[in-house]
Design a protein around this ligand. Structure first.
Ligand code: ZN
Length: 451
């Protein structure tokens, strides 16, 4: 028998008709309690939320966990996307399975502590020592109890064939496709409340062949999984597509059978008006990565035009070499500020930014069971207290989280289970994790610099 928990009388809650709180039974939200009322259901446990801002768990739709090992990396500093990537590929080629384990654990822990309950990752660097990278990531997600949509990334177009990455980090296409099938069969849960899902994610137009794009789309259709890639992040990429394929990015997407509602794109910045209409008509998803876009000076995503056309917009922290943090609540703040710069303060409200990181992100991942506090949805909840100096003197609690720069959730629940209490992850030695992760980052640096 599952326990019924009443999260009672929150300071404020991002949900309709639930000023009296919500009731959770098992993995799901079963009742919204109006102001001043008590639950109609008999509850077993009450959590007094009078000091808490309650949000739906934040959903991160784009990341590269392994990059937490190359934060603020000396040779990658102060560069734009292509030179930044070429300075890092030769570091990342030295990743091994212990590095994947520690970096995944650190990134997921960091996300969890910032109120994130579902995370996607795009791992695309495979070598002989990282063949089982996705298996390792899946195991870490299970260990931490986080909901994940991991992607089987890939790179197959090396320098010798006109691509950007060196040959050392590209893989044979047959191997990529066979491994994709293996991973879908092993980890992709189709049912409501799925804790592990898999999508297919050729890295970008400049690092995979057209064939691999087409074959990945075929596989995704056959197994009914989503497709993910980086697209229209920079002008460099647009020029690459024109030169190499004789077409712009959206034409390329269509040419490779990716222009549909099972595709979500990271960044999606450099689209013209006609392309925006086509992406909208196809109901493509776009993950807006504001910090990364500012760090690499890539440009600003046209979120409102895209949404108006029919695109769904979510939020992602992007990899930790171009952010360089994995903090979701901070990323919501960044999205609000960067988009205000483009559209003005009255059009980009704090509610709008929250919507992108919750319901929007869920739609991007094609999930109807998460992203909202409503009856029947999974009980994924992030709670914040306004008890730090930064919040002193604030009035509207929901606005204060973003405007005053919240960094840390007080409590986090995933699928009805508390994962964070008093700002700490349950059953995790965080100091040990930090120590082991730092050690692996140093090992990677040594390996990359001793050749
Ligand atoms: Zn990325």
């Amino acid at each position: 028998m599952s326990k019924k928990i009443w999260i009672k009388n929150p300071l404020t809650i991002l949900a309709k008709n639930s000023d009296g709180g919500i009731v959770i039974n098992g993995t799901k939200i079963v009742e919204l309690v109006p102001k001043g009322a008590t639950p109609t259901l008999l509850v077993d446990e009450v959590y007094d939320a009078k000091d808490s801002v309650v949000l739906p768990g934040l959903i991160n739709t784009h990341h590269h966990f392994y990059q937490t090992l190359t934060r603020a990396y000396p040779t990658a500093l102060n560069k734009e996307l292509f030179p930044w990537l070429t300075s890092l590929y030769t570091v990342w080629e030295h990743l091994d399975s212990e590095m994947i384990y520690q970096s995944t654990k650190l990134a997921l822990s960091e996300l969890l502590l910032s109120g994130c309950t579902t995370a996607s990752d795009h791992h695309y660097v495979f070598s002989d020592s990282t063949k089982d990278a996705i298996d390792i990531q899946m195991n870490v997600a299970k260990e931490l109890g986080m909901r994940v949509v991991l992607t089987r990334g890939s790179m197959s177009l090396g320098k010798k064939d006109g691509g950007l990455p060196p040959q050392s980090v590209v893989q044979d296409e047959q191997i990529i496709l066979e491994d994709s099938i293996r991973l879908i069969k092993k980890y992709h849960q189709k049912e409501e409340g799925a804790m592990t899902q898999l999508a297919l994610a050729p890295c970008s137009p400049f690092s995979v062949s057209t064939d691999l794009m087409i074959e990945s789309a075929k596989l995704a259709k056959e197994y009914d999984v989503c497709l993910h890639t980086h697209l229209a992040e920079t002008i460099d990429e647009e020029e690459f597509c024109l030169k190499k394929f004789g077409m712009r990015t959206v034409d390329y997407l269509e040419h490779t059978n990716w222009l549909h509602n099972k595709t979500w794109l990271a960044h999606g910045i450099h689209f013209n008006d006609e392309e925006i209409q086509r992406l909208g008509a196809a109901n493509v998803g776009i993950c807006h990565c504001p910090t990364s876009n500012m760090m690499l000076a890539s440009g600003i995503c046209k979120t409102l035009e895209l949404e108006k056309a029919g695109v769904v917009i979510g939020i992602g922290v992007d990899g930790s070499a171009s952010n360089d943090g994995s903090n979701m609540i901070q990323e919501v703040r960044m999205a609000m500020y960067l988009q205000r710069l483009k559209y003005g303060s009255s059009k980009i409200t704090h509610q709008k930014a929250y919507e992108w990181a919750t319901k929007g992100s869920a739609q991007v991942l094609r999930r109807e069971d998460i992203g909202e506090i409503a009856v029947g949805k999974e009980a994924d909840i992030a709670m914040f207290k306004l008890d730090e100096l930064r919040f002193s003197g604030s009035h509207d609690p929901l606005a204060a989280l973003l405007l005053c720069g919240a960094q840390k959730a007080h409590r986090v629940m995933i699928a009805g289970n508390w994962k964070v209490k008093d700002g700490e992850i349950l059953d995790l030695d965080i100091k040990k994790l930090q120590f082991e992760h730092t050690k692996q980052a140093q090992n990677l640096y040594i390996k990359a610099n001793s050749i």
